[in-house]
Design a protein around this ligand. Structure first.
Ligand SMILES: *Cc1c(COP(=O)(O)O)cnc(C)c1O
Length: 380
């Protein structure tokens, strides 16, 4: 079976894990954690990071630090992994769904602006209030879909007009760039994931980075039980969200190989796109203002295709190839079906046509050729 996405752990991963055991630093304090935070932040153009046990935890901590509170609304695309929205719900807040744009599959700045202009008013106390629900709007959460940054110049301008902070869900965008720059400074905070199927993995893990040191200090405080001294004193309800030294040991080894991983992902993307150029349907978006991390690659079926994603995946499975559908939008998920939303025409016409194909960083050219042949015969 050719798997969809499996990690490559053939570098210093094993040696680093052995170091954890030899030194007994296996828990949430240790030299690998500090090193991983610092090297990861620097790689993304900022100085400080706060490592967490998962990407979802980084998202939740980030929203809390930005002041998202119970009953608030947070603007977010519906076309995302449900974890982006779960993090909003974990704050006791609610999503306000906006559409994506077709050329990047990321939050549409025009839709965002229109939603804010038509749907909100400024209360006397300065809060931005959503007409329809009366809720306070407290943040914008753009998602870097498939490792492609959102149009952050435009989104940042809107955020500043409406005085809203931004947390970027950069979960799958490790190593990506925006207009030639690293991602760390694009939003007040950016959250990454190191889950097993991401480009860089720590087994499970996450990280918050950003340009403002005081926000990250707050995040560190909140994610380490809000401890104010080593004498078991705490000044608020805190969280045990820290990454362990064992996870960070993997992270350091993986980070040293990131350029190779990104190149492999890019080569895989280019080969698929070239091989399928004459078939029905479309390639995954790859806008030139973004240096996408190409987290996943695959194919978008034509809207009038005689096949559907499930049939194609089943056919590929019969050839020993793991292919999968992609995110079902969050406004169609049971817990979020009643949440406020704008018109979502791009999301609704897209999501059911996306097939993701094997794209592990270790995928051989020979195995990819097998996938290509199987896809070509499934689609023609
Ligand atoms: C993977 C992913 C997450 C969740 O990260 P975990 O580490 O699994 O908690 C959140 N958002 C997006 C867009 C993701 O792709």
């Amino acid at each position: 079976m050719i798997p969809l996405a499996v990690p490559d752990l053939s570098g210093d991963e094993a040696a680093n894990l052995q170091t954890c055991i030899d030194t007994t630093f296996v828990s949430s304090v240790g030299p690998f954690v500090t090193r991983f935070e610092s090297e990861f932040a620097i790689r993304h153009g900022v100085e400080t990071g706060v490592a967490t046990g998962a990407g979802t935890l980084a998202l939740h901590a980030g929203l809390m630090v930005l002041g998202v509170d119970r009953d608030d609304l947070v603007l977010v695309p519906s076309f995302t992994f449900i974890a982006s929205v779960n993090a909003i719900a974990h704050c006791g807040a609610h999503p306000w769904f906006v559409d994506i744009e077709p050329e990047s599959w990321t939050m549409c700045p025009i839709a965002l602006e229109r939603a804010l202009a038509a749907g909100t008013m400024r209360a006397p106390n300065g809060d931005l209030i959503h007409h329809e629900t009366g809720r306070r709007v407290s943040a914008i959460l753009p998602v870097y879909t498939l490792g492609t940054p959102a149009k952050m110049s435009a989104i940042r301008e809107i955020a500043s007009t409406y005085r809203l902070p931004m947390l970027a869900d950069a979960a799958a965008a490790v190593g990506a760039t925006y207009e030639g720059h690293p991602l760390g400074g694009l939003a007040e905070l950016s959250a990454f994931s190191f889950n097993g199927n991401k480009t860089l993995t720590t087994g499970g893990g996450g990280m918050l980075i950003g340009p403002e040191k005081d926000l990250l200090a707050k995040a560190r405080h909140l994610t380490t039980t809000a401890r104010v001294s080593s004498d078991y004193e705490h000044d608020r309800v805190g969280y045990n969200y820290r990454m362990t030294n064992v996870q960070a040991a993997l992270g350091c080894a993986q980070l040293a190989r990131l350029d190779g991983f990104l190149l492999a992902k890019r080569v895989i993307r280019t080969r698929y796109d070239a091989a399928f150029a004459d078939l029905e349907g479309a390639a995954f978006p790859d806008p030139d203002w973004a240096g996408s991390g190409c987290w996943f690659s695959g194919r978008v079926l034509a809207a009038d295709s005689r096949r559907d994603v499930r049939t194609v995946c089943r056919q590929l499975a019969d050839c020993g190839i793991e292919a999968r559908s992609f995110w079902k939008p969050v406004h169609l998920q049971i817990p979020y079906a009643q949440c406020p939303r704008e018109a979502l025409p791009v999301t609704e016409s897209l999501w059911w046509r996306v097939v993701t194909l094997p794209c592990s960083v270790g995928l051989t050219e020979r195995d990819q050729a097998r996938v290509i042949d199987a896809v070509r015969s499934a689609l023609s």
